[in-house]
Design a protein around this ligand. Structure first.
Ligand code: LLP
Length: 455
């Protein structure tokens, strides 16, 4: 986070609070999030995108709660002018508990239950992003029963898959999300509309005709941890071409285009993400050009960043425990430093081979740095926190190690594997610390066990 610093003695401080104080007060492992950093990044997206698309159109930024959601985080985001994107009834409950206006909430999901849809329609959510043909009918039926109209967006698969650095244009994306814009084989006709016969086209026709459904726009999300604007530009071009076809064929003007999230962050020094301004400007230029080419007016734009807001704002603190020097190759020794957490609080290395870095937080040591690997205490050899990092040879039991860029998809992906208790989440701000999520206790875990705590 931008408000990380070192004291004169060399101790790391986060939001003005020394890490030893955080560790002593709240224990380790500990998720620490800088409120100011989170808010500044959230606001940064609103400013960058609003300015880039002005004066022609407005931009709504939806904070993707799946990255990191607590009631405080939802309030920070909404206070900075963002809306909240949720991906389940559970995330929706957190946003509502934070007091977020239903009109400022979106609901995603490839398999929404009837209960989730009913709740969304009753609440009058700002948008339900429909992910399948059958979901459109279920929304329509439920809206009819409740005598309501639901704001619906359609999640399309534009055939642009951005896998971090590469952009692979696939005819059919072999994955569960969205409605493809590519015609189903065998349905091609002489009609000049290239989308006729695609699931996406059928979905638009169905949604426009469905009672109780107000089709407010199209959505796509091309991937996550993306560094270059190219993939976003290609997806926008594709969807604008599709929008123009819809307007020409039905006369319906769909007011909004949601380009999803996926903006990359730096996990290690090897990562060089673009600033939101740069992506916003590239995207605005692509949207303007595509709309001009298609002869349609520029729709309202929305985006759904998650990682790029929460990720850099968070740091995980661990206490170093057992160390072990392992000869990995002739002459090369790697020091394994085990910490008091691991894959339960950060599943990303084991799930995605994700790389992180780490620093010694409790003190500054000059002198020899050695190749180290930070591992967890779970019963699994893949339980790695930081694969390779040069740390002072002096690191010893009780030292605090800080792993940056853990604000997104760490707390939200955390588990109880081996019945380790999940860490607390503490916010720091200008010298003050505040607990956002209490540390899980063994009592909390046992409370679910009917052999111990009968109903
Ligand atoms: N919108 C939609 C529809 C999404 O599916 C996602 C992420 C986002 C927005 C937010 O994307 P972001 O800006 O955070 O990249 N657990 C994985 C990431 C999964 C992303 C799923 N969808 C990880 O830790 O890398």
């Amino acid at each position: 986070p931008s408000d990380a610093s070192r004291t004169e003695q060399g101790e790391l401080t986060l939001g003005g609070v020394p890490v030893s104080e955080l560790a002593a007060t709240y224990g380790t492992p500990l998720y620490v999030v800088s409120e100011d950093d989170f808010r500044a990044r959230a606001r940064g997206f609103v400013t960058a995108f609003s300015q880039a698309f002005a004066p022609e159109t407005e931009v709504d930024v939806f904070y993707a709660g799946k990255a990191f959601l607590t009631t405080h985080a939802a309030r920070w985001a909404t206070e900075e002018g963002l809306n909240i994107d949720t991906a389940s009834g559970g995330e929706l409950s957190i946003a509502l508990a934070a007091g977020v206006e239903p009109s400022r909430i979106g609901l995603h999901g490839n398999n929404k239950s009837d209960a989730e849809i009913t709740r969304a329609v009753e609440l009058g959510l700002g948008r339900i992003i429909a992910d399948s043909l059958e979901e459109i009918s279920r929304i329509s039926t439920i809206a009819g029963r409740l005598n309501r109209t639901a704001n619906v967006m359609l999640r399309l698969t534009p055939g642009v898959h951005a896998s971090t650095h590469e952009y692979i244009a696939t005819a059919h994306e072999d994955q569960k999300f969205g409605l493809s814009v590519t015609p189903v084989p065998g349905t091609q006709t002489a009609d000049p509309n290239p989308y006729l016969g695609s699931p996406a086209w059928s979905a638009v026709e169905q949604a426009l005709a469905a009672p109780g459904v107000e089709l407010i726009g199209l959505h796509c999300h091309i991937g996550s941890q993306i560094f270059e604007p190219t993939g976003f530009e290609l997806a926008a071009q594709k969807l604008i071409g599709f929008l123009a076809r819809v307007e020409a064929a039905s006369g319906a003007v769909l007011p909004e285009l949601d380009l999803g999230g996926g903006h990359g962050i730096a996990y290690t020094e090897a990562d060089h993400p673009r600033q939101p301004e740069e992506i916003a400007q590239a995207l605005a230029a692509a949207v303007r050009a595509a709309c001009a080419e298609q002869g349609i007016s520029i729709p309202r734009i929305s985006i759904e960043p998650g990682r790029s807001i929460a990720g850099p704002a968070g740091v995980t603190l661990y206490s170093a425990g057992t160390t072990k020097d392992v000869v990995v190759q002739d002459g090369i020794t790697r020091r394994y430093i085990a910490v008091d957490g691991g894959m339960g609080d950060n599943a990303r290395p084991v799930l995605y081979d994700a790389d992180y870095s780490a620093v010694l937080g409790s003190r500054k040591v000059t002198g020899e740095h050695i190749l180290s690997r930070i591992v967890g205490k779970h019963c699994e050899s893949g339980d790695i926190v930081v694969r390779n990092v040069y740390l002072p040879a002096a690191v010893t039991r009780g030292d605090i190690l800080a792993v940056p860029a853990t604000g997104a998809y760490c707390h939200s992906l955390s588990s109880n594997y081996n019945y380790l208790t999940r860490p607390a989440v503490v916010a720091v701000k200008q010298g003050q610390a505040q607990v956002l999520i209490r540390r899980e206790t063994e009592e909390m875990m046992l409370a679910r066990d009917t052999g111990f705590a009968p109903d």
